[in-house]
Design a protein around this ligand. Structure first.
Ligand SMILES: Nc1ncnc2c1ncn2[C@@H]1O[C@H](COP(=O)(O)OP(=O)(O)OP(=O)(O)O)[C@@H](O)[C@H]1O
Length: 264
């Protein structure tokens, strides 16, 4: 579905990502991890056509994304940015979620169709934001705003959903709800997902594949078992950890700040 070929890009002629190559199959749930400043957000920005490759290409279903219009791209992929601020967005939650339908509007179509409204309602129901649909965006908490951005992305009915730290402002219950929802969308609705996560244990638990970025390079791509080894984490994050295998899922679980007696 997605192919990143020799991608080198950055800001103001400064290279941040260097020669990134990977392929992503349909229905994948890919996590992007790596230390602060390693280029995770920059990679999402390149895939969503916010920044242009200085070298290389990004192909979506075999086509260079820079050959596609924004409208067409917005019907194929949706992006939930990191910690959306949006104090300036003076509209209700429902109006904001309906913006996700604009890529489907015909020229000179100013009103939302019944279908648009039904899709927006479903997106709000899935993200538990229906009860706040009449509230104004600037009045929302950081966590509520993050859920509303996700609802807008789902209203785009994308094939590929990209999320930058979607759990950053959420309490533990909402973190699990959102990640369970994303997993469910991936499993049941066959949505392909790329998600930037800082929490290595959440990445281990929820993602089927991981890309580990280090200093702008793709350090390694593989399953959580292949990537989340003590040796790799210590090398890339420069932090001592212990990795155990979880009993039922056999996914790796990482301990830091540990005492040996905690682990026995
Ligand atoms: N708009 C920008 N203009 C110039 N430099 C930027 C911009 N955005 C990011 N950078 C720089 O690019 C590098 C990579 O940043 P990026 O946000 O992609 O990293 P990240 O891995 O997502 O980091 P974090 O985990 O801290 O969110 C950093 O050195 C950052 O300072």
């Amino acid at each position: 579905m997605l192919e990143v070929k020799g991608l080198t890009c950055g800001y103001n002629k400064r290279f941040i990502l260097k020669n990134i190559n990977f392929k992503l199959k349909k229905h994948a749930l890919l996590g992007i991890i790596g230390p602060n400043g390693s280029g995770k957000t920059t990679l999402l920005r390149a895939i969503t056509k916010i920044i242009k490759p200085q070298k290389g290409k990004i192909l979506f279903e075999g086509r260079d994304i820079w050959q596609m219009g924004f409208r067409e791209l917005a019907q194929k992929m949706a992006f939930v940015p990191q910690a959306p601020l949006s104090y300036e967005v003076d509209m209700t939650v429902e109006e904001f979620v309906l913006l996700g339908r604009i890529p489907y509007h015909k020229v000179f179509q100013f009103l939302d169709t019944k279908y648009d409204k039904a899709v927006a309602k479903k997106a709000m129901a899935l993200t538990h934001t229906l009860n706040i649909k009449a509230r104004f965006i600037p009045e929302l908490s950081g966590g509520e705003r993050q859920l509303v951005y996700l609802a807008r992305a789902l209203a785009q009915e994308p094939k590929l959903l990209l999320l930058d730290e979607p759990t950053a402002h959420l309490d533990i219950a909402h973190q699990i709800k959102i990640l369970d929802l994303i997993k469910n969308l991936n499993n049941s609705f066959k949505l392909t997902v790329i998600i930037v996560l800082h929490d290595l244990n959440l990445a281990s638990q929820y993602c089927n594949e991981l890309i580990l970025l280090n200093n702008g390079y793709l350090y390694k791509m593989g399953t959580p078992q292949e990537i989340l080894t003590a040796e790799i984490i210590e090398h890339v994050y420069q932090t001592k950890v212990i990795v155990k295998e979880k009993f039922i899922s056999s996914r790796p679980y990482i301990f830091w700040d540990f005492h040996m007696e905690d682990l026995t």
